[in-house]
Design a protein around this ligand. Sequence first.
Ligand code: PMP
Length: 314
Amino acid sequence: MSKKHGNVMPFAYFGEKVVPHSEAQVSIASHSLQYGTTCFAGIRGYMRDGVPQIFRLKDHHKRLMNACKILGFDFSITYKSFESIFTDLIQANRPTGDFYLRPFVYSPDQALGPRFDGLSYELAIYLVPMQNYFDPSRGLNLGVSSWRKFPDSSIPTKAKAGGAYLNSSLATTEVKANGFDEALLLDQEGYVVEASVANIILVHHGEVIIPPVGSAVLDGITLRTAVYLLREANIPIRFERIDRSLVTTADELILTGTAAQYIFAASVDRRPIGDGTPGPICTLLRERFADLLASKHPMSQEWLTAISLDSELV
Ligand code: PMP
């Protein structure tokens, strides 16, 4: 971690134990560093009444294990062990505010040649304090990137594979250089498919439209949460590919993601979306999500894993 971005929390999980972050080191010749041979998860931890709550840890574990399966990484860990590692790590770090957890599976092997078979894989995790990734008080000014989202036939889109994020990096770098906050990506056929690290929900003529999971999108856990919350509110959803012109005339465009949570677009390619304030669907999602995190929702218990900071009680 460079000094410029050095706000990582003091302890990491590395080499099958909790160690000071400075001891979690890999060789410059490691396969993962050379070829992007990793798959990862991004998870939020919320401090509520002094107790860290991890959001949908089971679902993140499942997606990470599915990623290993899709890519052919010879690695697996049970949910029970996964949860117990997070407990140890959070107890070691004792967060005082909301945070972000980054587990990833990587290959430390010093092996030349791109491949996934015949390598050894390990789990590592680090934590970063995180309040808001985007400022929720204003909408994002999005720009459509000239870099297209890769199709599943080139790189598995459901795997959250480290190397695949070259695509997101190219897109955000391009649009930020052009003065935008975030990138919208088109798929190979020109449909609007995703933001660089978030799924999208479009509201058009009052109807909610979401690109189907079978398109080039990541199967987003925040999006699945939104689908649950919308269905619970009896709001119908159409799962359809989204034309670029629909975005221009949308009532609302909402980005969903672990980092983004539910953030609305104020404009796309400098054309305003809505009136620059959160629309009714974004507001509903934010309110119900806040209830979820405050343990005031029927799914709170299922989706929040409370970690006791008192290690003697665990
Ligand atoms: N798409 C991409 C490409 C992402 O990186 C993310 C962030 N994980 C998402 C969508 C949103 O997924 P989730 O809600 O599971 O964080």
